[in-house]
Design a protein around this ligand. Structure first.
Ligand code: PGA
Length: 249
């Protein structure tokens, strides 16, 4: 049985006030039993979040990490540092990092390994652009991204990652993949994993991301291969994010 995971990716948004609002809301909220909920704010808010979330079920995530543990890398942040702030999850290979900051599959893999090295759970993000979907290349693109990482990981490491399928055309556009479209790709990712190991395929947690909101979450999360959501815009409103968490129960 895979535990549902709802992760809120704040991107370059948020404030100390929003951190506190989440702390207050989730301190008294009753979440469905047996789900994991993660808030992923920008780096400067991690320490405030760690304190504000102390009496809540919220866990903390980070949006990226440098592949190195320390050194002369001005402006960068390492996994070791994130661990000091009780961060448990880290996004790797988000499409905005791939597109805006030219992160390649090879760099994404190095970040993935750096996260695993320090005991962070990486959420590997994959997804096709609209052009790639229209050209009928969705599965090729997604499985290339997944495969690049999976083929290079040790079997034990493969069990420690989460994969988020986020069609690029659905991110921040209000245009969600239909549950059928999302399920199709998720099932493809899962059966690809079975090529490595059948029990890995059964255990692997797969999240859908791309304009998930309080109205469409339940239907997406009801799909057999969707184990949770990576939520951007709707994770910036306590009520919406709370409602999405309720749909995962
Ligand atoms: P969105 O973002 O929910 O605003 O589409 C999702 C993401 O980029 O993780």
């Amino acid at each position: 049985m895979r535990t549902p995971l709802i992760a809120g990716n704040w991107k370059m948004n948020g404030s100390t006030a929003l951190i506190n609002a989440f702390g207050d809301t989730f301190a008294t909220a009753t979440l469905p039993a047996n789900i994991d909920v993660v808030v992923i704010p920008p780096f400067p808010y991690l320490d405030a979040a760690r304190h504000a979330f102390q009496n809540t079920p919220l866990q903390l995530g980070a949006q990226t990490l440098n592949p190195q543990h320390s050194g002369a890398h001005t402006g960068e942040i390492s996994g070791r540092m994130l661990k000091e702030f009780d961060v448990t999850y880290v996004l790797v290979g988000h499409s905005e990092r791939r597109q805006l900051y030219q992160e390649t599959d090879a760099q994404v893999f190095n970040r993935l390994v750096a996260a695993l090295d320090v005991g962070l759970t990486p959420i590997l993000c994959v997804g096709e652009t609209l052009e790639e979907r229209d050209a009928g290349r969705t599965m090729d693109v997604v499985l290339r991204q997944v495969g690049h990482a999976m083929a290079r990981l040790e079997p034990v490491q493969r069990l420690q990652i989460v994969i988020a399928y986020e069609p690029v055309w659905a991110i921040g556009t209000g245009r969600t993949a239909t549950p059928k479209q999302a399920q199709e790709v998720m099932a493809g990712i899962r059966s690809y994993q079975a090529g490595f190991d059948v029990s890995l395929a059964e255990q692997l947690k797969l999240l859908y991301g791309g304009s998930m909101n309080a109205s469409n979450a339940a239907e997406l999360l009801a799909q057999p291969d969707i184990d949770g959501g990576l939520v951007g815009g709707a994770s910036l409103k306590t009520d919406d994010f709370y409602a999405i968490c309720q749909s995962a129960g």
